[in-house]
Write a protein that binds this ligand. Sequence first.
Ligand code: ACO
Length: 330
Amino acid sequence: MYASLKSIGSYVPEKVMSNADFEKIVDTSDEWIVQRTGIKNRRIAAPNQTTSDMGALAAKKAIERSGLDKDDIDLVICATLSPDHLCMPSTACLISDKVGIRDVMAFDVSAACSGFVYILSIAKAFIESGAKKNILLVGAEKISSLVDYTDRGTCILFGDGAGAAIISATEDKNEAIIDVHASADGKYSDLLITPGCGSTYPCSADMMEKKLQYIKMAGNEVFKVAVRTLTRDVVDILKTNEIKSEDVDLFIPHQANLRIIEAVRNKLKFSKEKTVFTVGKYGNTSAASIPMAMSDAYEEGRLKKGDLMLLDTFGGGFTWASALIRFGGN
Ligand code: ACO
């Protein structure tokens, strides 16, 4: 039995925040942001809109496109670094409720921007073992709730949104998830971190005054490790599976920074036509970035049944992951 990615859906909030909007709140410019990141706009969730609200809307679209009924889903996994609640209930439980999925296992995975590819690997294992048949995966983020809008080094990078996919059992190898590599190295944990609100610095007035509840990033150092790791990861997964880069139909990298994507794309010699770019319009949406990019490619008619997709991602932890997938949807 193989695991097949049958459908993809996404949701983006209505509100657009442009570089011009950031010029009004921090010392920055459209020129600096575009030159250093390639980002022009990002979407920002409404104050009363939660990560699970967005995740549920993306999930409904993915279920509809799969042709399945919500009652066919037997596992729900959500990847997020901005859950509705810090400890419990999980965002996956809330998404299940909002979609109307009852009495099935539901849990969250914390792997920052690599979260979606991590849960893809978990879904693949559940399906191949025969334990589950139809799994709903969601990557959803309200990162605007974790961003310090006075820190120009981070606030311009992030946006909100959600993407979802249905992974189903199949006997057809030509529509299967071929391989997923996922890994981590905690020695870099301080370079990209939300220090507060956990057991190290529990919620307190002092912690809030020090702004430890927000994302802190040593951008330049993260940048260098990201380019190195993303490139090595792709070389590894292609080599392991004896697949040449020219055989890949669509390269879908994590959308953190256009310069990172371009550095990796040029090293690996993927053409622009074969690469998906959404960072300019959505910014970095962390665990939602890859499924949102896949969904955009699908909606633009760039993804057909049997096409070979290569996913590649990197994030806080550090975590990283890549996947080779033959698309199983229509
Ligand atoms: N506008 C204007 N100037 C700025 C801004 C801004 N928004 N932000 C920083 N600067 C300034 C800095 O203060 C610094 O000024 P100085 O030289 O006077 O000290 C100068 O620009 C250069 O700063 P750097 O941090 O060296 O700039 P860099 O070229 O590295 O770009 C960036 C910063 C865009 C953050 C980049 O490092 C980056 O994209 N890093 C990787 C991000 C990433 O991939 N994250 C991984 C996933 S995220 C996740 O897992 C949640």
